[in-house]
Design a protein around this ligand. Structure first.
Ligand SMILES: N=CN[C@@H](CCC(=O)O)C(=O)O
Ligand SMILES: [Zn+2]
Length: 413
């Protein structure tokens, strides 16, 4: 099946080859072809160019006129917890009334609250609740997504979450990577035995997860009151033994050295970074670990935003993701993330789009197939409604600018 899109007002993020990470000043550059055509063949971007040089005889089954519309690669969301049970609306109201996220967690709410709900939910029910959210983010333009476990906190419940992620992978055309986050919080049973819980993760959970090949990456919440640097090292070492690279939660509330650990262990990404010291920045400069910012978490929890300018101005790359989860970010909307990055983190539209496409694809190991308009890459595409410019996408926040979604070359919307 060949589909031709013609008269595209702007074809964004056009790269000749799979790009390396985009860093520093280069993030200002968003390659675009104005008045373009693009040919999708089966599930692949086959060819594209300027309308004035469109081949005379271009074989196709379908032609779509995209006059006035922009086309760009689908968003890549490299950090989510989309599989969860129920919600935490009550904690939302508690926070409105003045109780902090940390206080709620200390009282047995937070992650442990979600874990209790999930343990009591059947795999079938969990699958049904999760697919609603997955379908929603697909409609919002996400074409690749990482999903973590971490609301199970028992072997059985962690396996249940990862099996649900596997079922979603099989059932939907969106590209999915799974991350094992057993070390998300201490379950009540191990309240006074953090090391015992880490051993449980390493000795009981990990071998089973590896045997069923349920995870692509490993994660830990490295934070005061959750897991220490030493725990992080143990988890990352154990993950490495099973070939699982780290993508870790660090510096959400405190800088305890997790970024340096992540870089030293060659993690693929270090995520959150709402708090960032000069030492953290220096550590990032010594390796290839990708910093990932989650601005809708900052919005929802009223905590600082990742200092994006500091990171980009230090000639580093930055990726953006949603962190979709029931406690700190009940939203999987990458369009909102884009707007927040511009409005709250002083990123330009070009930087934000690079961070949500090419760099985000790197942050989930999909840079060869996703994140840019490149011949041979997967035809996961967004066609916008008629808009005056690409800057209008983050500028006119809260509106839905999407006309069509393509996943694997097929029109989904
Ligand atoms: N910080 C750790 N984990 C999630 C939130 C977990 C929750 O509150 O349920 C996050 O990335 O924000
Ligand atoms: Zn998270």
């Amino acid at each position: 099946m060949k589909t031709l899109f013609k008269n595209i007002k702007g074809l964004l993020q056009v790269r000749q080859e799979s790009e390396t990470l985009i860093k520093g000043k280069a993030m200002q550059d968003l390659p675009i072809i104005n008045n373009a055509w693009l040919l999708v063949e089966d599930d692949i971007i086959a060819d594209f160019g300027e309308m004035q040089s469109i081949p005379q005889k271009l074989e196709r089954d379908l032609t779509i006129d995209a006059s006035g519309k922009m086309m760009l690669p689908s968003w890549v969301d490299s950090h989510t917890h989309l599989v969860y049970a129920g919600n935490r609306e009550q904690e939302f109201v508690d926070r409105i009334k003045g109780i902090t996220y940390e206080e709620i967690a200390k009282k047995g709410g937070g992650i442990v609250n979600s874990a209790k709900k999930l343990q009591e939910t059947s795999e079938e029910q969990l699958y049904k609740e999760s697919l609603v959210r997955l379908e929603e983010v697909i409609r919002l333009g996400t074409g690749a997504i990482e999903i973590k476990s971490g609301y199970g906190l028992t072997t059985e419940a962690e396996l249940k979450m990862l099996r649900v992620i596997k079922r979603l992978k099989q059932a939907y055309p969106i590209s999915i990577k799974a991350t094992f986050l057993g070390a998300h919080a201490l379950p009540p049973k191990f309240k006074n035995d953090r090391e015992g819980y880490i051993s449980h993760i390493i000795e009981d959970m990990l071998p089973k997860i590896a045997e069923e090949k349920l995870a692509d990456y490993i994660d830990i919440f490295c934070e005061d009151g959750y897991f220490t640097i030493k725990d992080t090292e143990r988890i990352l070492d154990a993950g490495n033994n099973y070939g699982l690279q780290g993508k870790i939660h660090v510096n959400q509330f405190n800088a305890i050295g997790g970024i340096k650990t992540g870089v030293d262990y060659n993690c693929l990404s270090v995520d959150h970074l709402e708090v960032l010291t000069d030492e953290d920045l220096k550590a990032l400069k010594t390796g290839t670990t990708i910093p990932v910012s989650l601005p809708s978490c900052s919005l929802f929890l009223s905590i600082p935003y990742t200092p994006a300018r500091k990171i980009i101005d230090a000639d580093l790359p930055l990726a953006l993701a949603t962190d979709y989860n029931p406690g700190s970010t009940p939203s999987g909307n990458m369009n909102l993330v884009l707007s927040l990055a511009c409005i709250k983190m002083n990123m330009t539209p070009e930087e934000a789009i690079n961070a949500a496409t090419v760099n985000a694809a790197h942050a989930m190991g999909l840079e060869k197939t996703h994140g840019s308009i490149t011949r041979g890459k997967k035809a996961n595409l967004i066609l916008t409604k008629k808009v005056p410019s690409y800057g209008f996408l983050p500028y006119a926040f809260g509106s839905n600018h999407i006309d069509k979604i393509l996943l694997g070359g097929k029109t989904i919307l």
